[in-house]
Design a protein around this ligand. Structure first.
Ligand code: ADP
Length: 251
């Protein structure tokens, strides 16, 4: 708390007490975030610089140059993903009311869009993508944001699943809510991590996340988008057998 005391005439004293807990917490979160972002940016940039050096010193060995160049592409791709996620995150964090971009959105279209984004990645690993969405379910919201949120969940389901499994998206109405569930038969999430996976940059297995091009920001973006739409995101998971992420939105 911050306290100020001032005499008010001869008989009275004015005491101002301000609870600064929340402001302190926000400051700490912001500091952490900046430190994390800098660290996440430094890794691919450092790798690019080392790879550029390697290309220079291997200039008369075409095979080596090709190998280094393809690793440079990967690092550049990771940087692009990270910057895009940061842009998405800052967009959904601006507390602008949704009304400006809100429209009637058909959930079946959002599902088709989200699945489309992972179509190639899933196909390459023979992961089957299936959808079961009622045609006429509609929510009010920002179509681009909703597709980004669901797209992130499907992308994760594919990334954290072994080959030849199945990822299913189902849509059902439950009272005044629409529940969009993404279910996979993947590696699952240990119970102790479940609470933390929606935090920015939190990863259960950082090596695996980096290998799949993950940024650690996907689920925090999903959480923000759910909140701006007056909804929430829930997770159920069993280690070794799979996970279900459910986006719950008001009808
Ligand atoms: P990332 O870019 O690392 O995937 P996310 O914020 O999307 O970041 O997810 C945070 C972490 O939660 C991931 O690193 C991963 O450990 C875990 N996770 C997310 N989705 C799944 C899933 N469907 N199955 C297993 N683990 C998951």
């Amino acid at each position: 708390v911050s306290v100020r005391v001032a005499p008010l005439g001869a008989q009275l004293v004015l005491v101002l007490v301000e609870d600064r807990t929340e402001a302190r917490r926000v400051d700490a979160v912001r500091r952490d975030f900046v430190a994390n972002v800098s660290h996440e940016l430094k890794t691919p940039v450092g790798a690019l610089s080392l790879l550029a050096e390697a290309v220079l010193s291997a200039s008369d060995d075409p095979d080596a140059v090709r190998r280094f160049a393809s690793r440079m592409q990967k690092e550049a791709h990771r940087l692009t993903n990270l910057v895009q996620d940061l842009i998405d995150l800052s967009r959904v964090q601006i507390d602008a009311p949704l009304s400006a971009s809100a429209e009637k959105v058909r959930v079946a279209e959002v599902v088709a869009d989200a699945l489309g984004r992972s179509y190639e990645a899933a196909g390459a690993r023979r992961i089957e993508l299936v959808a079961d969405a009622e045609e006429d379910v509609v929510v009010r919201g920002d179509r681009t944001q909703l597709a980004a949120a669901l797209g992130n969940l499907v992308e994760n389901a594919v990334n954290y699943s072994p080959d030849e499994t199945r990822v299913a998206v189902t849509v059902k109405r439950s009272g005044d809510r629409v529940e969009i569930a993404v279910t996979d038969q993947g590696i699952g999430i240990p119970e102790r991590d479940l609470e933390r996976i929606f935090e920015r940059f939190y990863r259960v297995d950082p090596a695996r996340s980096r290998a799949t091009g993950g940024t650690g920001l996907g689920l925090s973006i999903v959480k923000h988008i759910a909140a701006t739409h007056g909804g929430e995101v829930a997770v159920w998971s069993s280690e070794g057998s799979g996970s279900t992420f459910t986006l719950k939105l008001p009808v």
